[in-house]
Design a protein around this ligand. Structure first.
Ligand SMILES: Cc1cc2nc3c(=O)[nH]c(=O)nc-3n(C[C@H](O)[C@H](O)[C@H](O)COP(=O)(O)OP(=O)(O)OC[C@H]3O[C@@H](n4cnc5c(N)ncnc54)[C@H](O)[C@@H]3O)c2cc1C
Ligand code: SF4
Length: 521
């Protein structure tokens, strides 16, 4: 096989690479997808909170370091479908103003080189492709759209409906979370033929019933129905080789089952996830590209963003019987509040937490000292939220690769004050609403900021732009320095906004695929 020549090689089968591959499949061109992971095994452990959150069964085993030399395990998942196998499939569009310069309390979030209008048609296609369920007209910061969501919103269970009603009553604008899910329901009951059964194992778990709109189910499976598309699993791309001019990638060096192979194609697309794509560029350093491929600007790996994220639990006396809880969103504080002129961010309900998850993730350190750790009880009585604020692209927030292979991630947090205020807003809201007579009296609020290993929303290590001195990719997401190399994960993001990143990755992959298809003729 390695003697064959392909038209396009795609490295990585997550939402970025898989979407591009599916879009190009119908061109009839020969496409090879190289994925370092295997198919994620379907097994009961998919829905076992201990296996998923405590043992990290499906997480990459890599050890990386922070800038003080402390080790951590990045929250990466090497599998067909990439991180989307475990994602929570909240599929939001960035807001229109996210594409312009936004002033934050501690810096400026720069403008994108393309406007929202360029992305709008691709967002619409991305929503259709990934089965997004939602409702337009309720999100006060929703950007303009050319049509309704392709599927009706996922219904709230009673506790969430009560919370939504109560928030509305005090003047807020909650709305159904846009979710990519293969769900047919009546009321809150999944139909017998629905792939999704509305279980409690959403957000962080793989889906045992293939009910989640992940990149394997939505793109890789359908792409492989085309005879011109090939997927190799267990195929780790070690480096990319160029011709003597340094302008053309001529070889893709792969280790498969311990054996080296070299593949060739007219066009190569990196879609390893923002952090891993930057590492691939570093590993591809050569005489022509001594600081790493694509890195004449010294920008590769820099401007890393990840959101300021916190898992937040409101624990009350009354148990919370909700099964599928990830149905509510609130963006009222996205661009500020009456007591704060700067952006704050987004509040979402999370999937229902489990005792093991509380133990592994969301519990503040002081509770770990309790002799009889009340994890299951806390989980049973909690209403769970995800609080997400924008972090700024700093050149010093970067991933680097040392000669001995050691990976270091430098993150100096920005936006801390906005994030604290947003958490406080949520506490105030929960104290003020009366969603259930006993719901929020005697509540205990537990919150935990997601640490450096929380790489779920990785973005920005190879931003796109018009100036090769300050950006790595051009507006088509082609590397400035190389004529046949593209990047379609979240590396290209100049800023990350304060909504989940994946719909933007998918929309952009569709946009870049159209450009590549035009180039292939
Ligand atoms: C627990 C969790 C929850 C999340 N929830 C949400 C959510 O609700 N909404 C949302 O928008 N986003 C969410 N995300 C983020 C979302 O998963 C990512 O934004 C998305 O998967 C990124 O897509 P990608 O294609 O850029 O990269 P990835 O999904 O990371 O895929 C990259 C692929 O490349 C492969 N690869 C890497 N290096 C190599 C190599 N050298 N050779 C070959 N293959 C390689 C990897 O194995 C992987 O399969 C979540 C993530 C996690 C972990
Ligand atoms: S809620 Fe639906 S999509 Fe999510 S894990 Fe359960 S069955 Fe799968």
């Amino acid at each position: 096989m390695s003697n064959d020549r392909f038209d396009v090689i795609v490295v990585g089968s997550g939402p970025g690479g898989a979407t591009l591959a599916l879009r190009l499949a119908k061109t009839g061109k020969r496409i090879l997808i190289l994925e370092r992971g295997d198919y994620l095994k379907r097994e009961p452990d998919n829905w076992d909170a201990k296996a998923v959150f405590v043992d990290g069964k499906y997480q990459a085993k890599d050890t990386w370091f922070d800038d003080r030399g402390h080790s951590f395990h990045p929250g990466l998942h090497y599998a067909v479908g990439g991180n989307s196998k475990v994602y929570g499939s909240a599929l939001f569009r960035l807001r229109e103003r996210d594409f312009s310069e936004l002033v934050h309390s501690d810096g400026v979030s720069p403008a994108w080189p393309l406007s929202y209008a360029v992305f709008e048609p691709y967002y619409a296609e991305a929503e259709a492709l990934f089965h997004v369920h939602g409702q337009r007209g309720l999100d006060p910061n929703e950007p303009p759209s050319s049509g309704p969501y392709p599927f009706k919103p996922v219904a709230h269970e009673p506790r969430l409906q009560a919370l939504s009603d109560a928030l509305e009553k005090i003047g807020h604008h909650p709305f159904p979370q846009p979710l990519g899910i293969l769900l047919d329901e009546v009321g809150t009951q999944a139909l017998p033929t629905s792939p999704c059964i509305r279980c409690s194992a959403f957000d962080g778990f793989p889906c045992l019933t293939n009910g989640k709109a992940d990149a394997q189910i939505i793109c890789i499976g359908p792409a492989l129905a085309y005879p011109n598309v090939t997927l190799l699993t267990g195929a780790y791309v070690e480096r990319l080789e160029t011709d003597p001019s340094g302008r053309t990638v001529t070889g893709v060096h792969v280790i498969q089952n311990g054996a080296p192979e070299i593949y060739t194609a007219d066009i190569v697309v990196a879609a390893c996830g923002s952090l891993s794509s930057a590492l691939l560029m570093f590993r591809s350093a050569s005489d022509q590209h001594p600081n790493g491929l694509a890195n004449s600007s010294d920008q590769v790996g820099r401007n890393y963003m990840r959101h300021n994220n916190a898992a937040f639990m409101a624990v009350s006396l009354a148990p919370n019987d909700t099964v599928f809880q990830k149905t509510l969103a609130l963006t009222d504080f996205y661009f500020g509040a009456d007591d704060w002129d700067y952006p704050l961010g987004t509040i979402l309900t999370n999937g229902k937490s489990h005792g093991e998850e509380v133990q592994a993730e969301a519990l503040p350190a002081f509770l770990q000292w309790f002799p009889d750790k009340p994890f299951d009880e806390i989980a049973r009585h909690s209403l769970d939220f995800w609080v997400m604020s924008e972090d700024l692209p700093l050149p010093t927030n970067r991933i680097t690769l040392a000669k001995d292979g050691r990976v270091t991630l430098n993150v100096r947090p920005t936006g801390g004050e906005a994030h604290r205020r947003l958490r406080h807003k949520l506490e105030q809201l929960l104290t003020n609403v009366d969603a259930h007579p006993h719901l929020l009296h005697h509540s205990l609020y537990l919150g935990k900021n997601i640490p450096i290993g929380g790489t779920a929303h990785q973005a920005g290590t190879m931003r796109f732009g018009t100036d090769p001195a300050s950006s790595v990719l051009n507006l088509d997401c082609r590397v400035h320095d190389v004529d046949n190399l593209y990047v379609v994960d979240a590396s290209f993001f100049p800023t990350i906004g304060a909504v989940n990143p994946t719909l933007t990755i998918i929309a952009n992959a569709l946009r870049v695929a159209d450009h590549v298809a035009g180039r292939l003729g």
